[in-house]
Design a protein around this ligand. Sequence first.
Ligand SMILES: C[S@@+](CC[C@H](N)C(=O)[O-])C[C@H]1O[C@@H](n2cnc3c(N)ncnc32)[C@H](O)[C@@H]1O
Ligand code: SF4
Length: 454
Amino acid sequence: MQDALKQKILDHDRLVPRYTSYPTAPHFQPNFPESEYRDWLSTPLAQRERSLYIHIPFCTKMCYYCGCHTHITQKQERVVDYVDTLVAEAALVAGTLPPGTTISHLHFGGGSPTILEPAAFSRMMDRLRKTFIIDSNTRIEMEADPRHMGEARIATYAKNGVSRISLGVQDFDHNVLQAVNRPQPFYLSLEAVSLCRAYDIECINFDLMYGLPGQTVETIRNTCETALLLKPNRIAFFGYAHVPWMKKHMGMLQEDTLPDSSQRYDLFMAGRQIFLDAGYAPVGIDHFVKPSDSMNQALVNHTLRRNFQGYTTDNAPALIGLGASSIGAFPQGYAQNTADLKLYAQKVAEGRLPVSRGARCGRDDAIFASVIQELMCYLRADLQAFENRFSLPAGFFDESLARLAPLAADGLVEIDGKVVRIAPDCEQIARIAAHAFDQYAATQGQAARHSRAI
Ligand SMILES: C[S@@+](CC[C@H](N)C(=O)[O-])C[C@H]1O[C@@H](n2cnc3c(N)ncnc32)[C@H](O)[C@@H]1O
Ligand code: SF4
């Protein structure tokens, strides 16, 4: 039975986006006008909260699987110079926001924000607090590399109000870590978790990955069971997205050591079972959280969202991206800063917002984005509710439903009237189901930018 289901899922596997936005990033247009971005920033919205995403694109060593925008450096001055530019960009952005705008969420991502030495991190926070309204209501979270944590850093994060740390654990198996150029002994994660708890950083997320070279069901079981010993509040269990045509360093991984689709499925299901048996609640396609965690509450209360950082409880009406390559999400569309560090610094020095690409979202985009978000978060979408909400004619989703028919015929998606549901144990098919609602899906050449769903 389980084998038949697996085979059907594998039969439908293909290259599809991860749907952290819609339209997805490959559909953003180049040369996006700065004046339009400025308008988006300055538009008052019903809520005065905004979210900030701050990108620190530096690491000390390249992980061969890495799909993030990052640069390798050992020079702290280089990172500090970049942060100076980032704070200058923050001032430019803050100058455009409606008066009284507050920051509800502040997320540091990368690269590795933990590369910044403690004093430099505190200086950056002081300057950001002078630039934006960041107060005790602001939820501050950061992505952290266990290889550069340590007490001084963690104490600094706690002092600066960081309340959620997302640790890049990836795997605990020595051989797997060796193969991806990321030696990271267990004690580093243990120490990081213990120190975070000692300093009252209450929410600890682990990033784990499946699909890495040399992983087997046995090694992934060990990794997942070891992870549970440290009692993370949340686990993100990411499928390795192998796109060597976009990220040259992925070519360092020997293709014949990478698990194939069938093995990837087994790896995911093995980890998933361990998390479910341990009482974690599944969220979306790849998250597992303690039932008491705010992300599970958001799932229950139907306030969960998906953005570039994955699943989030953040419900601000706009997300502002700061730093090279950062993407902001607004009711009007998406705006992405240039990823070119030189150009980024040059534009900011000239007093210009460093936006380079973007996508305006029309009414159809908003409709399909809402359905895709619903499917990716809740693995279910009531199309009648969307027809009512957007006053759509009956039959508006007929083409999408027709595209879902093969998945429904194989029992991977259930269609009951206008309710579309991902079948039990089939969450890995959600990206493929979402693709049926993607109006850009047919655009020539875009599939090549994505990774396989399974
Ligand atoms: C910016 S990194 C996290 C912080 C820090 N740089 C680290 O690695 O410890 C974000 C996460 O993305 C995930 N990731 C990176 N490259 C990926 C890829 N190609 N496919 C899937 N997940 C990936 C990893 O789990 C990683 O922890
Ligand atoms: S996974 Fe994290 S530490 Fe590794 S290169 Fe990517 S951003 Fe840097």
